[in-house]
Design a protein around this ligand. Sequence first.
Ligand code: FES
Ligand code: FES
Length: 158
Amino acid sequence: MTSRTTLHLSINGREHALALEPRVTLLDALRDHLGLTGTKKGCDQGQCGACTVHVDGRRVLACLTLAAQAEGQAVTTIEGLFEPEGRLHPVQAAFLEQDAFQCGYCTPGQIMSAIACIREGHARSDDEIREYMSGNLCRCGAYPHIVAAVRQAAEMAS
Ligand code: FES
Ligand code: FES
């Protein structure tokens, strides 16, 4: 039997104590142990970007990150983006306005990457947006609308 250790995770501003095996990924901790299923499991191998979250403000792939590695850091998932009074985050609003999704499976990861893309100053041109967002795959092919949404949100933020 594998031993469990108690991890203290800060997720979307709330503290959680979870008894987990050391091998549990941040993605599985979020989805299976905390019920935060907005973060999607696509490839589970670091290749699709569906599991993108922020750890201390930087985007990370939750499927390649152990939950233990996030201890003591601030994790933000798509569920943590709501602004006061339940308003959508500006990037979420831009995705809606630009119709930047079809099935929506990749959308949470796309939005978390888009926020980092804009915050880190990589949204100055469509080419730059495409390059920075290239780790987030969309099997529906919504890419032109996703780029338009990132551009719109970047323009509003500047
Ligand atoms: S599920 Fe993590 S990159 Fe695909
Ligand atoms: S909207 Fe379906 S995978 Fe991107």
